[in-house]
Unconditional design. Structure first.
Length: 115
């Protein structure tokens, strides 16, 4: 029997040198992974520089930058080491599931979070 392909889940991963990064709101690079049938089928890395823009303007404007990025890429799941409750609430309203505390290889973390 042939396995029916499933639609890819879009996972945003805070990355540092191929590993899961710590603070989402201060991420410098974020990967957009497309995960289907337990495998990464697409991987794009973006320099978001939220570490540089964090603290510039209001917290709301910073969250708006992050929300724009997530919407533009159709993010369904966010993987990072840490995220404050206000950002978790913002992403929840956006409909994105947040997975905290994963460490190690970013691609493997994307697969675990998508499953």
């Amino acid at each position: 029997m042939t396995e029916t392909p499933t639609a890819a889940t879009v996972v945003a991963v805070n990355i540092v040198a191929g590993q899961v990064g710590d603070g989402w709101g201060k991420a410098h690079d974020v990967a957009i992974a497309r995960v289907a049938n337990g495998q990464v089928v697409g991987w794009e890395e973006h320099e978001v520089a939220w570490d540089e823009s964090h603290g510039q303007g209001t917290e709301g404007s910073h969250h708006a930058r992050i929300v724009r990025f997530c919407r533009e890429h159709g993010v369904q799941v966010v993987v990072t080491g840490h995220m404050g409750p206000p950002m978790q609430n913002t992403l929840d309203k956006l409909g994105a599931r947040v997975v905290l505390g994963l460490t190690g290889d970013a691609r493997e973390a994307a697969v675990r979070a998508a499953g």
